[in-house]
Write a protein that binds this ligand. Structure first.
Ligand code: SAM
Length: 255
């Protein structure tokens, strides 16, 4: 029958691959990976007998042939994705293909660049009483945005926003964020290649965002974070407050 696992390889550093992902890669007959997005160190888990396929140049039609072979030859395929496959991972079309040809499939979650970027700047993205929501989005490119999902509209919420795939046109992005209602001094962070050896970080105010991205020359592999929570001290979480009772602990009388 064969089976394909869509494995989240993490944001870059190979030690951010999950234990489950590493185990499945080590058991795979075929490992498919994209050199431009996934660290080569992830392949160290592959068996010496495994067939390694570099996917950057293969369109979906090429993948079809490989998946059909997996059905006929009962192969285990590890299809390695950057970050977590659930975010801009292009897994949907592959799942449809698997369903069509009768190849079993499963998704294995990974550490997203969202978590890696927040770790790089040493910030929690949800700060009590400042920002309790995170909007994950992108600007339109060749992939259009659905109605009601424009950056300007999301900016009206004023909460933390994580913007993927959008470093190439920073001026338009900055304008949309300002037009949507973020103040010019709203804190922003841009993390380029989070967790890779050449990781770089920009921290600035929104009014400087486009100039700083341009200066740094980031056009891809950068995650842009915006929102008052990035600069806020905020208040402490209720969960760890001595005055707050929950299932596992009673509030202290003094507090
Ligand atoms: C096709 S999406 C894939 C996202 C991926 N599935 C994830 O969970 O991070 C590629 C975009 O994710 C972000 N990205 C991926 N890896 C990154 C990294 N190591 N550092 C910063 N941003 C990254 C960038 O915005 C990039 O343009």
């Amino acid at each position: 029958m064969g089976k394909v696992w869509f494995i989240g390889a993490g944001p870059g550093s190979p030690d951010l691959l999950t234990i489950r992902g590493a185990k499945l890669i080590s058991e795979a007959d075929v490992v498919v990976w994209a050199r431009s997005l996934v660290h080569e160190g992830v392949l160290e888990h592959a068996s010496p007998d495994a067939e390694i396929v570099e996917s950057t140049t293969i369109p979906l039609e090429g993948v079809r042939g490989m998946y059909e072979r997996a059905v006929v030859e009962d192969l285990k395929v590890a299809r390695v994705h950057s970050g977590d496959p659930s975010l801009y991972g292009a897994v949907l079309e592959q799942i449809e293909l698997c369903e069509e040809i009768g190849l079993e499939w499963q998704i294995v979650p990974g550490v997203s660049s969202l978590g890696a970027a927040a770790a790089a700047i040493g910030r929690e993205l949800t700060v009590p009483e400042v920002s309790q929501s995170v909007i994950l989005t992108r600007r339109a490119s060749r992939t259009p945005m659905p109605n009601n999902e424009d950056i300007k509209g999301f900016a009206r919420h004023g909460t933390t926003m994580a913007i993927f795939l959008s470093a190439a046109k920073p001026r338009a992005l900055q304008e949309d964020l300002l037009d949507g209602g973020y103040a010019p001094e709203t804190p922003c962070a841009v993390v380029y290649r989070a967790s890779w050896p050449d990781e770089k970080i920009i921290e600035c105010r929104l009014e400087e965002l486009a100039d700083r991205i341009r200066e740094a020359g980031f056009t891809r592999q950068a995650l842009i974070l915006v929102g008052p929570g990035l600069g806020a001290g905020g208040t402490r979480s209720h969960l760890y407050s001595p005055a707050f009772s929950h299932m596992f602990r009673k509030a202290s009388q003094e507090a």
